[in-house]
Design a protein around this ligand. Structure first.
Ligand code: IMP
Ligand code: MG
Length: 175
């Protein structure tokens, strides 16, 4: 289908996302029962996922955001830039990194190392999407919503040059 001049194809529906987000929230609520973890959302892409995930959690939790950039258009630029750091003190805290998508793995590697440097009690990684054919990471991502093929995707927070984030489902950007 066409939207704002872009050819897109739905690959994950709103209903599928809602169901999976609830499953992940339930697992986190069990894993961190009797703790108060701090969710760190990776801006901008994770803002919708973060909001939905938090609201499905049944335990108390806090949140903060970090802003990173590694992408321009449909290509990773190969280096990670820190645009906004967290404000919270995560020393001795259970940290949950909330990422929209893991593509090459560069961003998550950078983030995990950086946050580990602050001496948290634990770091758990949650990614809504993972491109396993591309991702070069030597550890298991703790929670993955969906594994997808190595195509460029938009919607549910994910953008193409800052646009299309507000689409409710996840779409493959064609062409
Ligand atoms: P990585 O560092 O290559 O793993 O890329 C991670 C970041 O690039 C994600 O947080 C997204 O912001 C962005 N990104 C990677 N793949 C896509 C995509 O298919 N659509 C939109 N953004 C993407
Ligand atoms: Mg991102």
């Amino acid at each position: 289908m066409q939207i704002f001049g872009n050819e897109i194809r739905e690959i994950i529906t709103e209903e599928e996302i809602t169901k999976r987000v609830k499953e992940i929230a339930d697992s986190l609520s069990v894993k961190f029962a009797d703790e108060i973890p701090i969710l760190i959302g990776v801006l901008n892409g994770s803002f919708i996922f973060m909001a939905d995930l938090m609201r499905k959690m049944s335990i108390d939790c806090e949140m903060d955001f970090i802003k990173i950039s590694s992408y321009s258009g449909k290509e990773s630029v190969g280096t990670v830039k820190l645009l906004k750091d967290i404000s919270a003190d995560i020393t001795n805290r259970h940290v949950i990194i909330v990422e929209d998508i893991i593509d090459s793995g560069l961003t998550i590697k950078f983030l995990k190392e950086r946050l580990l440097g602050a001496g948290p009690k634990s770091v758990t990684v949650v990614a809504l999407l993972l491109k396993p054919e591309i991702a070069d990471i030597d550890y298991k991502i703790d929670f993955v919503g969906f594994e997808i093929p190595p195509d460029f995707v938009v919607g549910y927070g994910l953008d193409f040059n800052q646009k299309l984030r507000h689409l409710p489902s996840i779409y493959c950007l064609e062409g």
